[in-house]
Design a protein around this ligand. Structure first.
Ligand SMILES: [Zn+2]
Length: 493
């Protein structure tokens, strides 16, 4: 078997204040074998390379295309996006003939002039390989599925868990099904049913937990090869934003469509119960203090860098200072200018510092305070699920009874270890505010006395009425109130 592997992942937030260019990819992950760039990272256990690793394990001949990922931010500038797309398509053209193409993409990538990057990539790849080569795609569940994606891939599988702890088993399923398809043992047929919903849905809570179990049960039914729930990514402002269900069957188009439609309607019926809660700053602090013991973790979901926010908002920091709250921690707050001043002042210094609030009006005003520098390090890594990723230069500072992790590089907060490594005693805090919507849950839940989901103003708020949408399809919940008949509306247009 000769397989072509590539990956390109970027979750594009139309409302993010942070532009995306080639440097954004270079900062996180960029390997372009055709240009000889970054090839040394290929052998590391990175999720971008899961499909490549599984292919090598199976003894297949692997041709490497692009492997690239950037932290979520605004749609990519056109010239750099087109260069990345060419880095997927051109090495494939040179490698032809191949038996199979395996791609790891995000599913909510946009660029200047491209509303649907994954659709554009798959169209270009299909044009190169023709109709008979199997194309398999793994996606993040925060994907907005489009007709160009379904129409040009043979099998699309999204991760099922949020936090996304299951990219590897989903990649394994994809490789197995694509192998069977390439050998002619199965004949995959795919259908998608759109669910007109905007939201973030934690699979750690009921009834989402049970709904995920029901998806696994569906996959055991006769003729069904795979079932994926696309949660959608609400901050991509284009016509196909929203949730839906992808079903792959063995040669049975009617079964694929009927199953997708039935599951989409079942998912829609759960909407009020499964929508992520999002308390205001004041209500979240009150709820956290009411729990009585610590540490209570408050998810500052609206300012999650993992959804395209800057990670520099000050709503919680200011409210906790104003309320005289002590034994609290906040992080990772992105502020490169403040970090540089901290580094020059040095450990133990006391300096006046302007903290955060610089990326735009949603971030709130900066906080001016005299801070004490606790710790400075540039060697820290944090576990992103199972994968250690560099944090970049980081410092901890103290303002009254609040300790803050300030980073030079924008990072979602995945776990408590980076705070601890910077001298912040997380288990003894009453309140820990994290810049994360849900991925923090895996590592923080085991030590948390409680978890509170908050949604102050920010670029990935759960208050969808606050988004300046211009291009999404209406009606859509929760902006519009059902009953409305919007299933499948114009999706095939
Ligand atoms: Zn995601």
């Amino acid at each position: 078997v000769k397989v072509y592997c590539a990956s390109l992942t970027h979750e594009s937030n139309s409302f993010s204040p942070l532009p995306t260019d080639m440097a954004s990819f270079r900062e996180l992950f960029l390997c372009r074998p055709s240009a000889g760039e970054g090839v040394d990272i290929l052998d590391q256990p990175l999720l971008e390379c899961n499909l490549r690793m599984l292919s090598l394990e199976r003894g297949w001949e692997v041709v490497d295309g692009l492997y690239a990922g950037a932290n979520p931010s605004a749609p990519t500038v056109r010239r750099d996006y087109e260069s990345l797309q060419a880095d997927i398509v051109e090495p494939l053209r040179a490698a032809m003939p191949v038996d199979m193409v395996l791609l790891f993409l995000h599913g909510a990538q946009m660029a200047e002039g491209y509303d649907d990057c994954e659709g554009a990539i798959l169209e270009a790849v299909r044009a190169v390989v023709g109709p008979d080569v199997t194309i398999g795609v793994e996606l993040d569940l925060h994907c907005n599925i489009t007709p160009a994606m379904i129409g040009n891939a043979d099998i699309i599988i999204a991760c099922k868990e949020y936090p996304h702890t299951d990219f590897l088993p989903r990649a394994r399923e994809l490789a197995g099904l694509c192998e069977a398809a390439a050998k002619g043992e199965i004949k995959p047929v795919m259908a998608f049913a759109r669910t007109p919903m905007l939201g973030f849905f934690h699979t750690t809570r009921e009834p989402m937990r049970s709904f995920v179990h029901s998806l696994f049960a569906e996959e055991k039914r006769e003729g069904i090869l795979s079932v994926s729930l696309a949660h959608g990514f609400p901050a991509s402002d284009f016509e196909h934003v929203g949730a839906g269900v992808i079903v792959v069957t063995d040669g049975d188009a009617a079964l694929a469509e009927a199953t997708a439609q039935r599951l989409a309607e079942a998912f829609f019926s759960l909407r009020e119960e499964i929508a992520a809660p999002g308390l205001s700053t004041e209500d979240a602090l009150a709820e956290a203090l009411a729990i009585g013991s610590g540490p209570v973790v408050i998810a500052d979901a609206s300012d999650n860098p993992g959804g395209g926010a800057a990670g520099d908002s000050t709503h919680f920091l200011r409210a906790m200072i104003d309320a005289g709250i002590t034994d609290a921690a906040v992080g990772h707050l992105w502020d490169p200018a403040a970090y540089d001043l901290i580094e020059r002042a040095g450990i133990g210094a006391s300096i006046p510092l302007r903290i955060g609030g610089k990326s735009g009006p949603l971030a709130g005003d900066p906080v001016d305070a005299v801070i004490e520098v606790m710790c400075i390090r540039d060697d820290l890594r944090q576990l992103m699920f199972d994968e250690p990723v560099p944090l970049g230069p980081a410092a901890s500072v103290r303002v009254g009874g609040i300790e803050i992790v300030i980073t030079r590089v924008r990072n979602q907060t995945f776990g408590p270890q980076t705070f601890i490594d910077l001298g912040i005693d997380i288990p003894r805090k009453r309140i820990v505010v994290v810049k994360s919507a849900q991925h923090f849950h895996t590592q923080f839940a085991p030590l948390a006395a409680g978890i509170v989901y908050a949604s102050p103003p920010g670029s990935v708020s759960t208050d969808f009425a606050s988004y300046p949408y211009r291009r999404i399809q209406r009606p859509i919940w929760p902006l519009d109130t059902p009953p409305f008949s919007a299933f499948g509306q114009d999706w095939k247009a």
